[in-house]
Design a protein around this ligand. Structure first.
Ligand SMILES: Cc1ncc(COP(=O)(O)O)c(C=O)c1O
Length: 436
């Protein structure tokens, strides 16, 4: 990245200075692709957070935002939640990582088994990639087959990322074992099942991201995987404890053999879990899946409270009700400003997407860049998704909609005058890596 090209702005000057410094010691200036300068337009974006509470985040320049990114959906309850912090602090006082296993591992595993339909046994990890990779190793061990079919995003490990455009560094031998099918496209799935008949160990998929499953789609995959002795894995890293207490499998009534949860189960503390049928999970004793920090107790203490809240405090119901209101109002505004050819609002209410549709005059990325520039200015932190947490309120949705109305008005004027690019105070974002 060309540091010199960064444009200094007053509103984000501390962020930009830190970015310039970060780029000297940290490739991309961030640990996470989605938080990096590849995703936030230069000169009009914050890059570094100072603190956050509830649904609000403050950047290092002191700008306050209502946060609709929420730690990339890891913050499910809200930043710095009192009860969660209390449990974590108590645990920290007693030690975090021990020489022996800890009872919290059992308690949190039992709570997941109680909530998640497919879960008979559970193992923890530190991030989603740990759990999806463990699921794939289990499936290969269980079926004694090697090929994996994927649909969605499943993390940074070779077996998955080799199937994307970001496959640099992944051996061809590994890449050839993973095949991609299209969501809601039964034919694309069936073609691969035929082509690799008898060789497929696992189908791993996000049960839903942008689109709702078409009628019969998930059921078809469930049926075929059963018939063909293929392990069906739902990657519920995002949807777990969000779409419903037990995840998308509960919402859509399709029960996979294995599931992976991550992100929100620790409300920002690093924890993930792979869970499923005892018959398959028991093979954990024969494969190798192990980590020094997998039973780390501060995250388990956080999850212990998160899972209680999910079970007893109407977390998923709140996300759904608020998100539904948000979606309906956004769609109404899109119609009001005649922007249906340019924008849409799709997805589950708890994780909805403002979709930018390119036209012959304006590309989707020009529109998205303009949107981010304008949203950040008015204190809305988003890159086009509405990642709700339990801390969001109706007032937060009112604020979002007020700013959306202003933005839709500007966008509509720009479209009529053909002047959108002139309104940009930065370079247009470049599409780099799309998995959804
Ligand atoms: C559906 C899904 N699976 C897996 C992952 C990987 O999780 P992590 O980044 O914690 O390794 C992600 C992360 O965005 C995800 O959204």
């Amino acid at each position: 990245m060309n540091i010199e090209k960064l444009i200094m702005s007053d509103r984000y000057s501390n962020s930009e200075q830190l970015l310039e410094r970060a780029l000297k010691s940290i490739p991309l200036g961030s640990q996470t692709f989605s938080k990096s300068m590849t995703q936030f337009p230069h000169g009009v974006s914050p890059y570094f957070a100072k603190k956050a509470k509830g649904a609000r985040l403050w950047d290092v320049d002191g700008n306050e935002y209502i946060d609709f990114i929420n730690g990339l959906l890891s913050v499910s309850i809200g930043y710095a939640d009192g009860a969660i912090l209390e449990a974590v602090k108590q645990q920290i006082d007693n030690g975090v990582t021990f020489s022996l296993s800890h009872q919290l591992e059992i308690e949190v595993a039992e709570k997941l088994i109680d909530l998640v339909p497919c879960a008979e046994m559970v193992r923890f990890g530190k991030n989603g990639s740990d759990s999806t990779s463990a699921a794939i190793r289990l499936a290969r061990a269980y079926t004694q087959k090697d090929v994996v079919l994927v649909c969605g995003y499943h993390g940074w490990q070779d077996w998955y990322i080799g199937s994307t455009t970001r496959n640099l560094g992944v051996p061809e031998a590994t890449r050839s074992l993973t095949q991609v099918f299209k969501y809601n496209d039964i034919a694309s799935f069936d073609t691969l099942v035929e082509q690799f008949k008898g060789q497929i160990a696992a189908v791993i998929m996000e049960p839903m991201n942008v689109e709702y499953p078409a009628s019969g789609f998930l059921e078809h995959i469930r049926r075929v995987t059963k018939d063909e002795n293929i392990v069906m894995v739902f990657d519920e890293t995002i949807t777990g404890c969000r779409f419903a207490k037990g995840g998308a499998q509960e919402l859509f009534c399709v029960i996979p053999d294995l599931a992976t949860f991550g992100k929100g189960i620790g409300n920002g503390f690093p924890l993930s879990a792979v869970m499923g049928k005892k018959e398959i999970m028991s093979l954990m004793e024969d494969i190798f899946y192990s980590g020094t920090f997998a039973g780390e107790t501060s995250s388990l203490a956080a999850a212990n409270v998160v899972l209680d809240k999910v079970k007893n405090e109407g977390v998923c119901e709140h996300l759904e009700t608020l998100g539904l209101e948000l979606k309906q109002r956004v769609l109404k505004l899109i119609a009001q400003y005649d922007l249906e050819d340019y924008l849409d609002c799709v997805g589950h209410p708890s994780w909805s997407f403002l979709l930018f549709k390119g036209s012959k005059d304006i590309t989707a990325f020009e529109m998205k860049t303009f949107y981010m520039q304008e949203m950040f200015k008015v204190g809305i932190l988003t890159f086009g998704t509405h990642n709700l947490s339990f801390a969001h309120t109706s007032e937060d949705i009112d604020s979002l909609l007020k700013h959306y109305e202003e933005f839709f008005m500007s966008l509509s004027e720009c479209i009529k005058s053909g002047q959108l690019v002139d309104r940009l105070e930065c370079d247009v974002l470049v599409p780099l890596f799309k998995v959804r």
